[in-house]
Write a protein that binds this ligand. Sequence first.
Ligand SMILES: Cc1ncc(COP(=O)(O)O)c(C=O)c1O
Length: 396
Amino acid sequence: MSTDPGGRARLRTRVVHHSPAAPASEPVSTALYQSATFRLQDAATGGRYAETVQPTAFYTRWGNPTTEVWEKAVADAEGGERALAFASGMAAISTSLLACLEPGDHVVAADSLYAATIELLNRDLRALGVEVDFVDPRDPDAFARATRPRTRLYYVETPDNPKLVLTDIAAVAAAARARGILLFADNTFASPINQNPLALGADLVLHSATKYLSGHSDVVAGVAVGGQELIERIWRKQKVLGGCLDPFAAWLLLRGMKTLAVRVERHNENALAVARFLAAHPAVERVHYPGLPEHPQHALAARQMRGFGGMVGCELRGGRQAGLRLVESTRLMVLAVSLGGVETLIEHAASMTHGPLSDEELARAGVAPGLVRISVGIEDADDLTADLAQALARCR
Ligand SMILES: Cc1ncc(COP(=O)(O)O)c(C=O)c1O
């Protein structure tokens, strides 16, 4: 280091180098290591880290100490050995699929999934030579029937986006295990508070952590949780594809994690109140909420979920036009895509979240033209139903 006559580094140098923080006591909030890279003791240590899985003192695309704290918290919440954080839910999904599939392999996927997951399976993976069949997840035997010699993976999302259709995770997991096939389950809608797919036999749980895990609509993130070996395989793919999480986002996610349980309990209560209100309203033709006793899969929901979640779907008697009018008529509920935040969001599925799908893909996913999706927040439930009442009155 260059020095001034007094032996100190010169000003231009001193502004660049600082002493590391040495708190006298452990901070209550997790320390944020917003650092791309870490000082190495010697070159050999660097070489060793380069070969290590998820090291936290090498380079943040490999691993980061703040991110690791969040990964451990999510692994614990999902009952998995290990978790891997990603820059978005789609980064988690695409990287995990690419880590486990080769050209010529075959996937059996549920026919109604988040739109970008359908696009990825039906277009991008097909272009790479992966065969995909879509089946109705309400029939767990459909996965076994569609299985071929090169089937490597079953893919489900339960409850699904946007119809709230459930998959019997234990039944599909049993079919997968009997055939040596991996089962991936997107648990975004349920959150680990309401459902743990690994305990029901899934091999990998995926989340858009943008949603309930964050809870405040201010972070885009994803995570995969599973056994050590599978996560190591996915980590190797992430390391080269590069969809790692930024440490500041991990720090915000850690804050969200502290209130996950209380938030989800309120989401569950409010969504049930909203679903009951909609079911009793004369302008509403159908309500999709697995917590309602009349939901066709209520018994399955009660068996595999601890709570029924904050997402509600509804179709109005006036079809598409009435649905569009409803989402533009609420005053409290915000017209926006995404979900799982503390504020209630409302959207029209066919034109917004599922807008990128072709007519054929939309028809196969069974997204009704008038389907409205509500991500019920943690506000006072009476204010939410009052807002819906005034908005529905304007849809007549
Ligand atoms: C069920 C589900 N999975 C995955 C995703 C993708 O997550 P992200 O937007 O964080 O990439 C979404 C996004 O809405 C989703 O709803």
